[in-house]
Ligand binder design. Sequence first.
Ligand code: FAD
Length: 556
Amino acid sequence: ANSAKPPPTGEYYYIIVGGGTAGIALATRLGQGLKEASILVIEAGPATLDEDEINVPGLKGSTLGGRYDWNFTTIPQIHLKNRTIFTPRGRVLGGTSAPNLLTWDRASAAEYDSWEAIGNPGWNWHTMAAAMEKAETYVGGPPGSGTSGPIQAVTNRVLPVHQESFIATVARNFPSIPNDVDSLQGNPIGVMFQPENIAPAAGYNRSYSANARLPPARRTQPGLPVTLSDTTVLTARREIILSAGAFQTPTLLEQSGIGSSSILHATGITPQLIDLPGVGENHQDHLRVQVVLNTKATFAAEEWAKRVRGEPSFYDDTGAGYVFADWKRVVSGGDDEKRLVELAKGVVRDGKGDVGLKKKLDMLGDETVPQAEVIFSDGCTGVKGYPPRGSPLYGKGFFALIGALMHPLSRGSVHVDPADPYGKPPVIDPRFLDNEYDMAGLVEILKFCRLIARAEPLRSVWVDEYEPGEELVQTDEQWTEYVRNTTLTIFHPMGTAAMLPRKDGGVVDSKLVVYGTTNLRVVDASVIPVQISAHPQTGVYGIAERAAEIIIAAHH
Ligand SMILES: Cc1cc2nc3c(=O)[nH]c(=O)nc-3n(C[C@H](O)[C@H](O)[C@H](O)COP(=O)(O)OP(=O)(O)OC[C@H]3O[C@@H](n4cnc5c(N)ncnc54)[C@H](O)[C@@H]3O)c2cc1C
């Protein structure tokens, strides 16, 4: 809360539900812009600003599946052999910006422009770039980077020897994929090291929504005595803002009687206030596959001591290389590209004119829009897992070429569980790989990952392909089987309360107001109407910055 004069108990100007990536960013800006307005943020998770597992970049990943995680999983995915897919979400102050994997990047200008083109005036590259820059201080970044925003980003100072070959390998063997040192300025096509949201000025710790935003007094008093129970009624004088993330914002809407009448009817939720069929639909995520290789490098045991001494160490996290490319640059020949486009056209035809799908199809022909990402990532990040103690490969170093499909055409849903709409976790059904385009795209990306791995100088860095194994997977049929067995997500759900015209399945308008209401907004990854190729956090911070401007203007 930010208030010169405390408001009456239980009544605030603005109540933000969800103290996550967007929620805290928004609350801070509203607090700065509306000095007299009381602002309450309700966060389900604890404030843990001194937690090493969150703060130490090299420990990223260690909180997944633990006590700061909602630990959601999808329902069985029929196209992935009925596997359920783990879909973690931060349940902690700062939300998913606390457990995330620190990539700090942006999509192509055309992707943000597509938001405006499908009916959202004011949401384009120009406005989003300004908002994203407002959120960042990119230390050592190229001209045009943010220089005074709360989240610090830096290209990692630790670059293991075996990583040095990655950019040289791609640039030398794939000349159409240049070394792109300016990838955050709207043209990410190329190969590059990306910055991470790490704060050099704060001991090279994670810079995230909670520690970069909250004013110090509040940070040291996380136990704000707000108790919610069945009898507690909190009133917003001006607005309620949902920032509970792409899984829980739509379910909060449904729990409040706003959603598809058929879903609400099935769950017995009453009263049903607004029939909005788009709530919980349009779920989009980035699909992920990987080729894992074991290296000649070994891990140094003294790294933690170096960090304690304030020296660069592996616990800073290591740099990570990225390729972003359109299909022309990924596939081996023109026919493969044509085949992918034809497959996509078929899916869009079946999608009955959906505006988001049509946009994705348009962007297939745009050479500035990435369709594939390859991440050079240290560690054994595949599905097979690290070799067990006592086995021959135990103790070896690994790296993965993680491949991701940037604009899959599958769309899923997230809804309350009819069996217990207020108590059970959301029912998440991404419908992964429900079409041939997504499958063909992932197969092409995997073959591309292997091509990169086999090119010099990278080839000299590794000994064997650990996963899937060169001897086991050679043909397209074998790759297809591998995809079904191993596809995961990069954990980027979005779009489930989409900013779109209502006739097109929209849930919020371009001022982020829920249709049929005047004082209920959504501000988080749910509003993204068409998936972007970037990892989402810069976009989410940008949405929060823009939302704050819109709300402050409306307040006056
Ligand atoms: C493992 C992982 C790795 C990722 N890596 C990257 C990366 O490297 N780079 C990148 O750009 N993106 C990454 N992402 C994605 C990115 O972090 C998210 O897209 C972004 O943080 C989402 O922000 P949000 O504000 O929409 O939701 P969140 O940050 O999840 O915020 C939602 C908040 O609402 C709270 N909440 C939910 N329901 C309630 C309720 N009923 N009452 C009170 N509070 C509630 C939650 O506890 C949470 O704090 C990653 C995500 C994951 C899971």
